[in-house]
Unconditional design. Structure first.
Length: 295
């Protein structure tokens, strides 16, 4: 009734700014766009050898976890990864399995790390997506670079951004929920904590005691515990695979869970959402859901 499709539709070309705003942003609908980044040098240039040559020994931020889940609920905590500073070439050695490690490594720092930590690579992509910038009347808040192992998984969550997610090599597998599924998706408050490597090399979980509790989704949509969260059975997830050379438009407030092929490289553009009537409706739905759960 709300107009969600049973699958994510494809566009064969980038739309005009007006078309994109009217057909996708305003109704808050996702789509996969082909031929939007086919002109990027990165699609051909970003091999492991090229990245070694251009970035090489530079020290970058890498998220390290024992299980591949960063920013996720584990042992009744909201656990963030160890953020390790390491030479990029050492990280590539791990991804290429030239060096073995029991842990999972992922370049995933989401504070415009492409422009802040990898400025050498910006010329191979674009600083923004011109038709999106014109449609929204603003530049992106952040441009992020992603590269990691197949074991690295992004837990189910939502963002307050209009997200253009561009896959350079490999593929990303998204499980999506529209904002209207909020009543069926559990949220709980968790003590924030961080993984830390102890002297013997094992990970320990250290509570961030001065920080406020974090609302997060404890459910794994790939293997949901319907006895604990029976409402989730009423949710209607969409699944899609974004392949190299394709761009996913992931609208603001859509819940998403992400997996990837090993060594997948991606760049995404975060445009701040408009806090308009759609946001007000979501807030209302969220408040009603919480009120019902308290009864």
């Amino acid at each position: 009734e709300l107009g969600w499709t049973e699958s994510v539709p494809y566009l064969d070309r980038p739309p005009s700014p007006l078309e994109f705003y009217r057909e996708w942003v305003s109704p808050n609908k996702p789509c996969i766009i082909r031929n939007a980044i086919s002109h990027w040098p990165a699609l051909k240039k970003w091999t492991s050898a090229y990245l070694r040559e251009v970035v090489g020994p530079k020290v970058v931020s890498v998220a390290v976890t024992p299980n591949g889940y960063a920013d996720a609920v584990f042992q009744d905590r909201f656990v963030m990864p160890e953020e390790r500073q390491m030479p990029f070439m050492d990280f590539l050695d791990i991804v290429e399995k030239k060096v073995t490690s029991p842990n999972v490594f992922y370049v995933q720092k989401q504070c415009s790390n492409l422009t802040e930590e990898f400025p050498e690579l910006v010329c191979d992509v674009q600083p923004d997506i011109p038709w999106m910038s014109e449609a929204l009347g603003k530049k992106p808040d952040a441009v992020n670079f992603w590269l990691g192992e197949s074991a690295a998984v992004t837990s189910l969550h939502k963002d307050h951004y209009e997200n253009l997610y561009c896959v350079i090599s490999g593929e990303k597998r998204f499980l999506l929920h529209p904002p209207s599924d909020r009543p069926f998706i559990p949220y709980e408050l968790y003590q924030p904590a961080t993984y830390r490597v102890s002297e013997d090399g094992s990970f320990e979980i250290v509570d961030e005691k001065t920080e406020e509790k974090v609302p997060w989704i404890p459910l794994d949509p790939l293997n949901p515990n319907l006895e604990q969260y029976p409402e989730y059975a009423q949710a209607k997830p969409l699944q899609c695979t974004v392949k190299a050379g394709e761009m996913l438009y992931l609208p603001s407030l859509w819940f998403h869970h992400v997996q990837q092929s090993h060594g997948c490289i991606a760049v995404n553009y975060w445009y701040d959402m408009e806090y308009d009537l759609k946001y007000s409706y979501y807030q209302l739905l969220d408040c009603l859901t919480k009120a019902v759960n308290m009864l």
